[in-house]
Design a protein around this ligand. Structure first.
Ligand SMILES: *Cc1c(COP(=O)(O)O)cnc(C)c1O
Length: 241
């Protein structure tokens, strides 16, 4: 059903296929497909693949390593796209991340948030750096993300930083073959977001959740950004997740 073995199809064909699935999921959920942003996850992919996806209409790209992006951005960073950091960020790379990305979607720690602030003062000339807080929803697969118990306090502190624009939440649920079983994790992130909106007295419009194999379920639970790698760019080498 969901295309994952797509390496032999072109990026353009893959994107059409993804957009069709997004449209039908949005219809099922009574939502507008235009409210769902595709973040093409281009980690391990060369600049040519990014350009090809851009030419096919993709405007948001996600990379998970600062260093990798630094090495390959030369030929593509001038494209009118939004560059997302979606992977775990070590605080010693925060300054670079604030400089090289428009949005850091994986903030999970107060020290890191403060380092982003310090760096953004230098690079952003008054503009705000968008951030999402990554929430760890259980499962052993990833260790990154703040716990749901620590989320409210972290969010309140980040809200107090005028250099950052807290736009919403992100999660990486465990990988489960049966996509229906992932849905409760997505529902949980939406609930946490709703609670947090009330607590902070501000809207948090962004829910970044859903990857190649489960983005339909994520859309049914309210995802506004889906992070799709394999289904657009084809398989990555197995060494890199
Ligand atoms: C790699 C990655 C994705 C995309 O994974 P696919 O299964 O290839 O779609 C999404 N989000 C994060 C944080 C990732 O690291």
């Amino acid at each position: 059903m969901v295309a994952t073995q797509t390496s032999r199809m072109s990026i353009q064909e893959n994107m059409l296929c993804v957009r069709e699935q997004i449209a039908s999921a949005a219809t099922r959920a009574g939502r507008n497909a235009h409210d769902i942003t595709v973040v093409g996850v281009s980690k391990t992919q060369p600049g040519e693949a990014i350009r090809e996806a851009f030419d096919a209409g993709l405007r948001h790209f996600g990379e998970n390593r600062v260093q990798e992006w630094e090495g390959k951005r030369d030929g593509v960073a001038s494209l009118a796209a939004t560059w997302h950091l979606i992977g775990h960020l070590q605080s010693n790379k925060a300054a670079k991340a604030a400089k090289l990305f428009h949005t850091v979607d994986s903030v999970d720690d107060w020290v890191l948030a403060q380092k982003l602030v310090r760096a953004s003062g230098e690079f952003l000339c008054g503009a705000k750096l968008r951030v999402l807080i990554e929430v760890h929803l259980g499962g052993e697969e990833t260790k990154s993300g703040t716990s749901d118990a620590e989320l409210p306090e972290l969010a309140e502190k980040i809200k107090g930083l005028p250099q950052l624009e807290l736009a919403g939440l992100m999660c990486i649920p465990p990988y489960l073959e049966e996509v229906e079983k992932v849905r409760p994790y997505f529902a949980r992130l939406r609930e946490l977001r709703d609670q947090l909106q009330r607590r902070l007295g501000q809207t948090l419009p962004v829910l970044s959740m859903g990857m190649s194999h489960d983005f339909v379920a994520a859309i049914l639970e309210g995802a506004t950004e889906v992070r799709i790698g394999t289904a657009i760019f084809g398989a990555r080498s197995l060494a890199v997740r």
